[in-house]
Write a protein that binds this ligand. Structure first.
Ligand code: PHE
Length: 372
């Protein structure tokens, strides 16, 4: 800004010359008229009415004029700025109106169009929950693998260290598959997803980090808590330096991902021929968090006031299984788990009766939404 100078005549300060002010005004109005979008108008506003616009800079020169010349220059510049301001406001309103009209046309929805009459159906919640469970392990770097539902006895039992007369074979209440001639076929409907452990070890290079979701079969009667066809999610890790600590960590991650963070888990000693040591996995009841234990006044239906909910079995892979699959047990070790999908669905989604899961009533399925 120039210092006050009494010798100055306003017309001699170029930016304040009437022709110059008229030119700035004209340029600004032309730019405003030419702006065809709100975005363009924003740029025009900055260039012609902003702090560094020619008219704003001219306005600052007024202070440097002799007092007698200020009123005249002020009127000229002020008038031009007001006019530009008005034009901006008007153009803004016009462009907003245009945009609103355009949006109304472009985003119109014809609510009278006919809808699809056929219901679209929904995927079965057992499938979607099994996928959610597998996804949690995929997030930890596991791969998803599959195996057949009609399985060779060798994979289902022998390779998993069930000896021929092992009581566990009958303990599993197996559906045996007859050969076409009526005799033994050597095939069973798999009683668990653990045979996929052996298949994965035989088919893949080490290390192995896999989960195997799938259908399993046992000769149970169908009731509220049993079904002869059910689902498991098998997990298997075989690598160097693998410990049960990694198993506990992976199970914790699963429980937290599926049921909520901060829930405790515990391992209870158990027995499976293919793991040693073996454990049942429990998680803290996510409803009462143990508060119902020993408090008959506040029973918990979710955990039957036990404070814990069983979610599956697990253990360190028995070296005999690794040997049957050709793995060098001096170098490698591993662990495995089997989680119940129906149990997870019951607890995670509040399904109380297993029969709802197998009866195929679409009213049950669709209540779980259109998850795909
Ligand atoms: N296969 C076992 C069952 O069906 C579960 C399990 C899997 C246990 C893997 C240990 C390791 O009960």
């Amino acid at each position: 800004m120039s210092a006050p100078n009494n010798q100055y005549d306003p017309v001699e300060v170029t930016p304040l010359h009437p022709d110059e002010v008229a030119r700035m005004r004209h340029e600004a109005l032309a730019a405003i008229a030419a702006a065809s979008t709100l975005e363009e108008l924003k740029q025009v506003r900055l260039a012609h009415a902003g702090d560094r616009s020619p008219l704003a800079l001219a306005n600052r020169e007024i202070g440097a004029l002799p007092p007698s010349a200020r009123a005249d220059a002020g009127k000229r510049v002020g008038g031009a700025r007001r006019e530009v301001g008005e034009a901006l406001k008007q153009r803004q309103a016009e462009l907003e109106e245009e945009r609103d009209a355009r949006v109304l046309v472009e985003e119109a929805v014809d609510v009278t169009l006919p809808t699809g009459r056929l219901p679209q159906g929904g995927r079965h919640p057992v499938t979607t929950v099994a996928e959610r469970m597998a996804d949690i392990f995929v997030g930890m770097g596991f791969e998803v693998v599959e195996g057949p539902e009609v399985e060779a006895e060798w994979y289902n039992f022998d390779a998993l260290n069930f000896l021929p007369d092992h009581p566990a074979r009958t303990m599993q209440d197996t559906f045996f598959v007859e050969s076409p001639s009526g005799g033994e076929s050597g095939l069973v409907l798999r009683t668990h997803t653990s045979p996929v452990q052996v298949r994965a070890l035989l088919e893949r290079d080490l290390p192995v980090y896999v989960v195997a979701p799938g259908k399993t079969f046992r000769t149970d009667e169908l009731d509220a808590t049993h079904t002869p066809v059910f689902h498991q999610l098998e997990g298997l890790v075989v690598d160097e330096g693998i410990t049960m600590g990694h198993l506990k960590g992976a199970i914790d991650e699963f429980v937290h991902g599926m049921f909520g963070s901060g829930l405790a888990t515990r391992f209870r000693p158990s027995y499976f021929p293919f793991t040693e040591p073996s454990a049942e996995v429990d998680m803290e009841c996510f409803v009462c968090r143990g508060a119902s234990v020993g408090d008959p006044a506040n029973p918990c239906r979710t955990c039957s006031s036990e404070g814990w909910i069983e979610v599956g079995g697990c253990g360190v892979v028995n070296p005999r299984v690794l040997t049957a699959a050709g793995v060098d047990t001096d170098r490698y070790s591993g662990w495995a788990f089997g989680l119940g999908v129906e149990r997870t669905l019951m607890f995670a989604r509040g399904v109380e009766d297993m029969r709802d899961m197998v009866e195929g009533d679409v009213r049950f399925t669709s209540a779980f939404g259109m998850e795909i």
